[in-house]
Design a protein. Sequence first.
Length: 71
Amino acid sequence: MTNVELLQEAIKRSGKSRTALAAAWDMSMPTYYGRISGNSEFTASEIVAAAASLGLTREQRDAIFLGDQVN
């Protein structure tokens, strides 16, 4: 399950617009909003794109997208 709070912090730090992130993540705006609100899960390819566009470390990526599943 996505850690929405950590994701929102990473998005804010990036300084990128919602439109730019949705494009970088190859998704429509409704899909983007569903993902960042936690209403739907990110796919593996979306996680890779999000981590790259937000400049996340592996640890940050895992905490945001895999927190409950990674020890």
